[in-house]
Design a protein around this ligand. Structure first.
Ligand SMILES: *[C@@H]1O[C@H](CO)[C@@H](O)[C@H](O)[C@H]1NC(C)=O
Ligand SMILES: *[C@@H]1O[C@H](CO)[C@@H](O)[C@H](O)[C@H]1NC(C)=O
Ligand SMILES: *[C@@H]1O[C@H](CO)[C@@H](O)[C@H](O)[C@H]1NC(C)=O
Length: 449
């Protein structure tokens, strides 16, 4: 949702900017597209350098957008209220750089190459209400640069590679003052890794300068110790090295919110989670071990493990799983161990996906896939159950023969899918007894193609 908002804002800002074209045309479009430009466009008074000056609703604008500028020219008129400097090549905002423009109300510096803001860059601008600094290269800044801006009510700083470390603390605190609700929205940390993607508005500021040498494990050689702290971390226990999130025995009925992004292991064992919802691990790209043992798991949504490209060990033992929905394992390319023990596996049509997947991923060692229902198969290995089933099924047999030594991922799932599709269409007669007896609504919908 927020991402969408940002995209819309970006599109609006972009469309508000004049395109290149003939001089007069550009001027007209420029004024028409102005943010405040609801009224009639106005006159071009004089050419200033290569910039255009014009008046709109009695306010003076100087349009210097997209002109390869690297500095502010001392010859520019001093009485302007709006200075448009977007899409130039400014790299450093020097002390007192805008001092002469004492009437300035808005300053647009977006899409430059600004990486440094000196503390007094905006001195003298005590009437400035709007400052646009998005799409630059600013990594850090202290609150000092905001101090001269006593009227500032709107500040854009998103899409800058913010380094969320100690030097940023004062700025973060300022942005978080409740009355500053339009300052710095959407800005996010680009580093350190543990903070990446977090909003400056929502950081726990005191952690930016927290001293803790555990973070060296987290950050490697990078300086500036930072500990990841989020809800998940306060509910559970973060252990190093790793980091590993230990949430054992916490009485949780769902995954804790805001897990640190760089977790290598999550131990959720001995909780009361019943239902694993989609995409909860999407950001946990480093995760190698996920322990969901001893929960109350009955249902795993198809996209529950989406994004876990590096997961090696998944422990689902001691739950209440009867089947796996189709497709649930598709993202787990590097899975090596799967604990399935002590679940009431139901040996019917719906278990086939799991068996096919395992068959086509021979590198995965698994334990505990034993039928618990129906009674006639209780205690059977699920693979044996599927084999007896396949014995009666020529199509399955054929496919089995054709794809020995299947190493790559990709084709195999399609085949499993195909097989299941064919079974569904043509071979209901061959299904074992229990499935014909089953009530239609007993098990959730299964995706076949
Ligand atoms: C860092 O870790 C070492 C050894 O683990 C410990 O002796 C030291 O007190 C720690 N320093 C800080 C600042 O926590
Ligand atoms: C998962 O947690 C259970 C209970 O805490 C433990 O016995 C088991 O060894 C863990 N599994 C893995 C793979 O670490
Ligand atoms: C299985 O989970 C239940 C709680 O769901 C727990 O009481 C029991 O000790 C667990 N058994 C094993 C073998 O871990």
């Amino acid at each position: 949702m927020r991402l969408l908002t940002i995209i819309i804002i970006l599109l609006l800002l972009q469309s508000a900017e004049p395109r290149k074209g003939g001089r007069n045309k550009a001027a007209q479009r420029g004024t028409k597209g102005r943010v405040r430009g609801r009224g009639r466009a106005s006159l071009m008074k004089r050419q200033t350098q290569e910039c255009k000056e014009y008046t709109e609703k009695r306010e003076k604008f100087l349009d210097c957008q997209d002109r390869q500028l690297t500095f502010v020219n001392q010859d520019w008129p001093k009485d302007i209220q709006h200075l448009l400097l977007a899409k130039n090549k400014i790299q450093v905002l020097r002390n007192n750089m805008f001092e002469q423009f004492t009437k300035l109300k808005s300053l647009d510096l977006q899409q430059n190459a600004i990486s440094v803001i000196e503390d007094n860059a905006f001195s003298g601008l005590d009437q400035l209400t709007t400052l646009l600094l998005q799409h630059n290269r600013i990594r850090t800044a202290s609150e000092e640069f905001l101090l001269p801006l006593r009227s500032l009510s709107y500040l854009r700083i998103f899409d800058n590679p913010w380094s969320c470390r100690c030097p940023l603390e004062t700025l973060v605190r300022t942005l978080q003052v409740p009355s500053n609700r339009n300052l710095g929205n959407y800005a996010k940390c680009a580093e350190p890794r543990s903070m990446k993607g977090k909003k400056l508005k929502e950081l726990e500021a005191e952690l930016l300068c927290a001293k803790d040498n555990r973070s060296e494990v987290l950050e490697g050689p990078e300086p500036g110790p930072v500990i990841e702290k989020s809800d998940a971390v306060s509910i559970c226990n973060l252990k190093y090295p790793g980091p590993l999130l230990n949430c054992r025995h916490k009485g949780l009925n769902r995954m804790p919110p805001e897990m640190p992004l760089d977790l290598v292991g999550i131990d959720m064992s001995n909780n009361i989670i019943k239902h694993l919802r989609p995409k909860q691990f999407l950001l946990s790209k480093e995760l190698k071990l996920l322990n969901l043992s001893s929960n109350k798991l009955e249902k795993i949504d198809t996209a529950a493990f989406a994004g876990l490209l590096h997961l090696r060990h998944l422990d689902l033992s001691n739950n209440s799983l009867r089947y796996f929905p189709y497709g649930v394992l598709e993202d787990l390319y590097f899975l090596r161990k799967l604990n399935l023990d002590n679940n009431p596996w139901m040996c019917d049509y719906y278990i086939h996906y799991l068996v096919y997947w395992l068959k086509h991923h021979p590198a995965v060692s698994f334990t505990g896939l034993i039928c618990s229902e129906p009674e006639e198969f209780r205690g059977w290995r699920v693979e044996d159950y599927v084999k007896t089933y396949n014995g009666e099924c020529p199509i399955d047999k054929q496919i089995e023969d054709n794809d020995n030594g299947q190493g790559a991922h990709g084709g195999s799932e399609n085949e499993a899918q195909q097989v299941m599709g064919e079974m569904a269409e043509g071979q209901l007669d061959l299904l074992p007894q229990p499935i014909r007896k089953k009530e239609p609504n007993e098990i959730d919908i299964i995706r076949l193609s």
